[in-house]
Design a protein around this ligand. Structure first.
Ligand SMILES: Cc1cc2nc3c(=O)[nH]c(=O)nc-3n(C[C@H](O)[C@H](O)[C@H](O)COP(=O)(O)O)c2cc1C
Length: 430
């Protein structure tokens, strides 16, 4: 079956590569993502917690932010390099960790690492992923970070950390904002667990019920055949191969992610053994909302913090990350850590605005997933192309040459937005 589907996947890859080539913005890529990926899968990537106020707020905060522009300046060459945790990045962004990526495109985690490596930047691999971490690291010409959840408990996590070290991952991200799973109601209503559930061991009555649930998905599968072919060419339902449940390397089966997250809550007390197991490499704490937690991370030995509200997927009605950065960064002026942020970045000007608050790099989340789901390698490359073109254009128009200059002159670059209301803002796409 796999052999039969592989050539069809290759053909469809070419078709979607042509389509992503025409995308002018990451919104265009997201629309292609929605065309190719069926709703029951796509909603996992689009959705956020509760009323999705923070998801939209993340994007709106950037749309409302304004900068100055300087006239009669010709900027000949631009320097997009930045350094975080002693890693020199050729562009001031990295690929944020995103779980279950392999369900949008075959071996998507390896592709994300490949594209990031080609761009001279880092790709962060989530614990909850389907491509073996060794293959992911080997796909990148650059560096990769491993993002840790404590799924399966301390022994399982210890095995994961040691494996990541051996595979050559050069940074460990510890995500601290998942004490319980966020309530992603829109996706829950679609009953995704029924789609994944096996008939094995069920009595006849329940089998029939499950069959009805699965047949309900038929219309959306038939209208997304490109995705379906590629999904089965890649082996179908993925397993969490980066969580080994025992010494024999038994992977965690693909189960409800919410339950996994709730069972893997981390506390500050865990940082000690995690850091000890990881060794001298940089420990990066992700999901920080306030200076108190950032300070606690530094006191616990972290080298860096990622200001993040998990793309609005955990606690709704927390501030947009850009507002968190604006309020909390000044309080950390004496810190020796490096600061990054993610949440709501949809174009290159967003990158410039985030950097203007002093962070050294930003994480890209759904904006690269849009490319991966819309066209695999070509799509993700296109999303990075778009970000770079937009960032470079903005830097030239603002009259600034380097990431360091943006960070040093932030207050002079930013302008107050005096427009009243949201009527000037474009529709929210993702
Ligand atoms: C579908 C999806 C899955 C995610 N999975 C993880 C994860 O496994 N670990 C993690 O630390 N963050 C995860 N995140 C959060 C991202 O790392 C990042 O914080 C967020 O996507 C940034 O917001 P943006 O997508 O609006 O740019 C996930 C985000 C999405 C959209």
């Amino acid at each position: 079956m796999k052999l039969l589907l592989e050539p069809l996947h290759r053909r469809s890859e070419k078709k979607w590569a042509n389509r992503v080539a025409d995308a002018q913005t990451t919104d265009d890529l997201w629309k292609l993502f929605e065309r190719r990926v069926p709703p029951i899968v796509g909603e996992y990537f689009r959705g956020a917690a509760d009323s999705e106020i923070t998801l939209k707020g993340n994007v709106r905060a950037f749309q409302q932010a304004m900068t100055t522009a300087r006239g009669a300046i010709k900027v000949d060459s631009l320097d997009l390099r930045t350094t975080v945790v002693r890693h020199e990045l050729q562009v001031p962004w990295f690929a944020s960790p995103v779980g279950s990526l392999r369900s949008v495109w075959p071996k998507a985690e390896a592709i994300a690492a490949q594209v990031s490596g080609e761009w001279g930047t880092v790709s962060a691999l989530s614990t909850l992923t389907g491509t073996p971490m060794e293959e992911v690291a080997a796909s990148s010409a650059g560096k990769c970070w491993f993002q840790l959840y404590l799924c399966g408990g301390r022994d399982v996590a210890t095995r994961g950390i040691q494996r990541a070290k051996l595979a050559g991952f050069s940074g460990l991200i510890l995500t601290i904002d998942t004490a319980v799973a966020g309530n992603r109601a829109v996706h829950a209503r679609m009953r995704p667990t029924a789609a994944l559930q096996s008939f094995k061991g069920l009595p006849l009555g329940q089998r029939l019920g499950l069959l009805r649930e699965k047949l309900r998905l038929l219309p959306q599968m038939l209208t997304h055949l490109s995705w379906l072919v590629s999904y089965w060419a890649d082996g179908g339902i993925m397993q969490f191969v980066n969580i080994q449940m025992d010494d024999k390397g038994t992977p965690m089966p693909y189960t409800d992610i919410g339950t996994q997250l709730a069972a893997s809550a981390v506390t500050w007390d865990d940082l000690g053994w995690i850091k000890e197991t990881w060794g001298d490499g940089p420990l990066i704490v992700k999901g920080v909302h306030n200076a108190d937690d950032a300070q606690r991370a530094e006191d616990s030995g972290a080298s860096a913090v990622i200001w993040s509200n998990h793309g609005g997927r955990q606690e709704d009605r927390v501030p947009p990350t850009l507002h968190i950065v604006a309020e909390e960064m000044p309080k950390m002026a004496r810190s020796k850590m490096d600061f990054m942020m993610d949440g709501g970045i949809r174009n290159g000007k967003d990158v410039l605005i985030a950097l203007s608050y002093g962070v050294k790099a930003v994480g890209i989340g759904r904006a690269y997933v849009a490319g991966l789901g819309g066209g695999g390698y070509a799509g993700m490359k296109r999303s990075f192309d778009i970000l770079r073109e937009e960032l470079e254009r903005s830097m030239r128009l603002v009259g600034i040459r380097s990431v360091d200059e943006i960070r040093e002159n932030g207050a002079a670059i930013r302008r107050q937005n005096q427009l009243i209301g949201n009527s000037s803002l474009p529709d929210f796409v993702f």
